[in-house]
Design a protein around this ligand. Structure first.
Ligand SMILES: [Zn+2]
Ligand SMILES: [Zn+2]
Length: 200
């Protein structure tokens, strides 16, 4: 286990609790969000404020940390790619055991290092699963048109129906654009070797 740095914003000194079960003290602290606090599509930006309203309680086995974490996550709508913002309000409750007090086979249990505990893994475990798996800007976001990519919310009547004169005109234009100067009677794409063919 790496050594904890008491200057880290996530590290808390529990010495005041004096290892006396029953003692508690509040911990209100705003810390910069650690890197990668999120998923591919949404997360709390690194360095943005995470507000901790915690209570540290000395219990027989160690120090119990409980309370609330508040922050702001940003990401993008998985349907239309617009930015989305979500407030993060999660509860945490975690026991940090005194060194040696924990069952040796319980790898998930956090331990105090001396009087210090590290909040970062707890913040991560609380915040990341609370984020939406597939964030959307609004629950009924219609997303993007699969054919042209336009945002359907801007153009709810949008479609590519053949009867739409705008699209019919576009198609006609595309069909009549000559590609090689030959007539539309050509049924193959083969072109005779010409001056622009490097092998001739
Ligand atoms: Zn959207
Ligand atoms: Zn479209």
């Amino acid at each position: 286990m790496e050594h904890l740095d008491v200057r880290s914003p996530y590290v808390v000194d529990t010495r005041e609790l004096g290892r006396r079960p029953g003692l508690s003290r509040p911990l209100h602290r705003t810390v910069p969000a650690p890197a990668d606090l999120g998923t591919e599509v949404i997360g709390v930006p690194e360095g943005s404020d995470l507000r901790l309203e915690l209570l540290l309680e000395s219990v027989v086995e160690g120090v119990l940390v409980s309370g609330d974490v508040h922050g702001e996550a940003v990401g993008e709508c998985v349907r239309c790619l617009d930015p989305v913002q979500r407030s993060v309000d999660v509860r945490v409750q975690e026991l940090y055991a005194y060194p040696g007090a924990a069952a040796a086979d319980d790898e998930d249990l956090l331990e105090l290092q001396g009087d210090l505990l590290d909040l970062e893994p707890v913040l991560r475990d609380a915040v990341v699963p609370s984020l939406p798996f597939q964030p959307v800007c609004t629950v009924d976001c219609p997303g993007l048109c699969s054919q042209c990519g336009v945002r359907l919310v801007d153009d709810p009547l949008h479609d590519h129906d053949d009867s739409d004169p705008r699209w019919a005109a576009l198609r006609q234009l595309a069909a009549s654009t000559p590609t090689d100067g030959s007539t539309s009677q050509n049924t193959t794409d083969e072109r005779p070797a010409g001056p622009d063919n490097p092998r001739s």
